[in-house]
Design a protein around this ligand. Structure first.
Ligand code: NAD
Length: 497
C-alpha cells in the first residue's frame, strides 16, 4: 500500500509518528494509500526548519522571490494533467471541474508574481518641516495553512504563494482525505528553485493542527473548512497570540425572480448545486423561488436533476462524480431522510442509485426538495452534497429577509432582468460574495475571497490585496536628518502648529 509522508525542508520525510489514516478513490471505493499523521514533534521539527529558512528568504529582494514563483507557475502548467488526476483520484470530482479548480489556484500564483509591485509602500515628504514619513510591509515569519478536502489544490494555492511571495515561510497541513496534490505542489516549488524549508507540507489531523496552534514560532494561521473547526481555530490562534483568518461553512441562496430568464437560472442552479456533487463552499444549496415562478422552476429543475450523468471523475461523460468518503455519503443521505421526515417534498430522490462496475463507489444521485421551510434542519444546516432545497417566498423583500437571517454568509446570487432589483440586492444583502445572474460568484485571484457572518472568523479574506495584507505587518517610519542646532526637548505632542 502506498504511504504518503510529509515534505519538510525540501525532502520527503517520514516523521516520528507511526499513525496513519486511509485514503480512498471515491470512484471505486478502494483504499489507495495510507497517509502519515504528524505528531507534535513532527510539527515542531517542520516549524524549526521553516524558521531557519525564513532568515534568508525574507531578505531576498521581492523581484527574486517573484522569479521563483514565476517558474513555479510554469511547472504547474506543465504538470497540470498529473495534478488534476491526483485531485480526481482522491476527491472524486470530474476531470474538467478539477482542472478548473487548479486553474483558479494557478491564477493566485500569477497574482503572486506581481509581488514587487504589491509590496510597494507609501511615502510622504514633509509630514513636518524636513520630516518625511513612509510605510512598508514586512513578512511575519512562519505562517501555517490548514485546508479542507474539497479543493486540495485551489485552497492551499489561495494561501501559500502569497505568503511566500511576501517573504514568509509556510507549513501546509492539507486534508488527510486527499493529501497527494499538496506534496506534488511542494515538489514542483522546489524544482522551481525554492530554497529548502520555505514551503513544507505536514500531513495530519487534529493533533497536528493543535501543535501548529500552540507553537510559539508560528506567527499566523490561515484556515478553510467547516464552521465549528473554523471557530476553534480562530479562538485558539487568538489565545496563542497569532494572526488568524478562518473561513467556515456555507448555505448559499440563489434568488430566482419572476422576471428572470428561467433557462439561464435553471442551468446556473444545476451547475452550482450539483457540480462537484455539491461539495463546494460556494455551491448553491437553496433556490429561493419568488412569487409565481415556483412551479415552473421546480418542474424545469426536476427534469435536469433526473438526467444528471453520474459516474467516475475520469470518465469524460460524467457531469457529477461521487462523494469523498463512505461516511460523508451516509451523512448526506441521512439529511435527505431527515428532510422527508421534516415534511419537505422530495421531488427527485437520488439516494439509491447504483453504477454498474462501480458498485462500491461513493455515489448518489441529485436530490431536489420543494416546500422547504426556514425552521427545518435541512434548511439551516450545511449538507455539502448534491441536494438542492427550494424555498418559496411571496416577494423580493421576503427573499432578502430570508437570506439575511441565515447564520452563514458566504455567497449568494440573484437571477433577474431588473437592474434596480439587482442593485438593491447587492446593496442590502448581508453576504460576502454576491452574483447577479452569475451562479457561483467566486472572486478572481486579484480580488479577495471571503464570506460574512459565521462563514468567516477574522477580518481578512483570502488572496488579492487582503492576502498581501494578512501575510505582512505594517511598519511606518518617520525620519529627519539632523542639521543646525540641537533641538530643545519637547514635552508636548508634536503637531504642525
Ligand atoms: P473540516 O473542517 O472537517 O476540515 C478542515 C481541516 O481541519 C482539515 O485539514 C482537517 O484535518 C482539520 N480538522 C478537522 N477536524 C479538526 C479538529 N477537531 N481540530 C483541528 N483541526 C481539524 O472540513 P472538510 O470536511 O475538510 O471541508 C468541508 C468544509 O469546508 C465545508 O464546511 C465547506 O463549506 C468548508 N469550506 C469552506 C470554504 C470557504 O472558503 N469558506 C472553502 C472550502 C470549504
Amino acid at each position: 500500500m502506498n504511504l504518503i509522508e510529509h515534505f519538510i525542508d525540501g525532502k520527503i520525510t517520514q516523521g516520528s509518528s507511526k499513525e496513519t489514516s486511509k485514503v480512498f478513490n471515491p470512484a471505486t471505493g478502494e483504499q489507495t494509500a495510507n497517509v502519515k499523521l504528524a505528531s507534535k514533534s513532527d510539527i515542531d521539527f517542520a516549524v524549526e526548519k521553516a524558521k531557519k529558512a525564513f532568515v534568508n528568504w525574507s531578505l531576498k529582494p521581492p523581484a527574486q522571490r517573484a522569479r521563483v514563483i514565476f517558474k513555479f507557475k510554469e511547472l504547474i502548467e506543465k504538470n497540470s494533467d498529473e495534478l488534476t488526476k491526483l485531485i480526481v483520484l482522491e476527491h472524486g470530482k470530474v476531470y474538467e471541474d478539477a482542472k478548473g479548480s487548479l486553474t483558479r489556484g494557478l491564477e493566485v500564483v500569477e497574482f503572486a508574481c506581481g509581488i514587487p509591485h504589491l509590496l510597494k509602500g507609501e511615502f510622504t515628504e514633509n509630514v513636518g518641516t524636513d520630516v518625511d514619513s513612509w510605510s512598508i510591509r514586512q513578512p511575519l515569519g512562519v505562517c501555517a495553512g490548514v485546508t479542507p478536502y474539497n479543493f486540495p489544490a485551489m485552497v492551499p494555492l489561495w494561501m501559500f504563494p502569497i505568503a511566500i511571495a511576501c517573504g514568509n515561510t509556510f507549513i501546509l497541513k492539507p486534508s488527510e482525505k486527499d493529501p497527494s496534490c499538496a506534496i506534488k505542489l511542494a515538489q514542483l516549488f522546489k524544482e522551481a528553485g525554492l530554497p529548502d524549508g520555505v514551503f513544507n507540507v505536514v500531513n495530519g489531523n487534529k493533533e497536528a493542527v493543535d501543535a501548529l496552534l500552540t507553537n510559539k514560532e508560528v506567527a499566523a494561521i490561515s484556515f478553510v473548512g467547516s464552521t465549528p473547526i473554523a471557530k476553534y481555530i480562530y479562538e485558539n490562534a487568538a489565545k496563542n497570540e497569532k494572526r488568524v483568518q478562518a473561513l467556515g461553512g456555507a448555505k448559499n441562496h440563489c434568488v430566482v425572480m419572476p422576471d428572470c430568464d428561467l433557462d439561464q437560472a435553471v442551468n446556473g442552479l444545476i451547475g452550482a448545486a450539483y457540480g462537484s456533487a455539491g461539495q463546494r463552499c460556494m455551491a448553491q444549496s437553496v433556490a429561493v423561488a419568488v412569487g409565481k415562478i415556483g412551479d415552473q422552476l421546480v418542474s424545469n429543475l426536476a427534469k435536469k436533476v433526473e438526467s444528471l450523468k453520474i459516474g467516475p471523475g475520469l470518465d469524460k461523460n460524467s457531469e457529477m462524480g461521487p462523494l469523498v468518503t463512505k461516511e460523508h455519503l451516509e451523512k448526506v443521505k441521512g439529511y435527505v431522510d431527515l428532510g422527508v421526515k421534516e415534511g419537505a417534498k422530495l421531488v427527485v430522490d437520488g439516494r439509491n442509485i447504483k453504477l454498474q462496475g462501480y458498485e462500491k463507489g461513493f455515489y448518489m444521485g441529485g436530490c431536489l426538495f420543494d416546500n422547504v421551510e426556514q425552521k427545518m434542519r435541512i434548511y439551516k444546516e450545511e449538507i455539502f452534497g448534491p441536494v438542492l432545497s427550494v424555498v418559496r417566498v411571496e416577494d423580493f423583500e421576503s427573499a432578502i429577509k430570508l437570506v439575511n437571517e441565515h447564520e452563514f454568509g458566504n455567497g449568494t446570487s440573484i437571477y433577474t432582468r431588473d437592474g434596480d432589483v439587482g442593485r438593491t440586492f447587492a446593496s442590502k444583502i448581508k453576504i460576502g460574495m454576491v452574483g447577479i445572474n452569475i451562479p457561483i460568484p467566486v472572486p478572481v485571484a486579484y480580488h479577495s475571497f471571503g464570506g460574512w457572518k459565521r462563514s468567516l472568523f477574522g477580518s481578512s479574506g483570502m488572496h488579492g490585496n487582503e492576502g498581501v495584507k494578512f501575510y505582512t505587518k505594517l511598519k511606518t517610519i518617520t525620519s529627519k536628518w539632523p542639521k543646525g542646532l540641537a533641538a530643545d526637548p519637547e514635552f508636548v505632542m508634536p503637531t504642525l502648529n
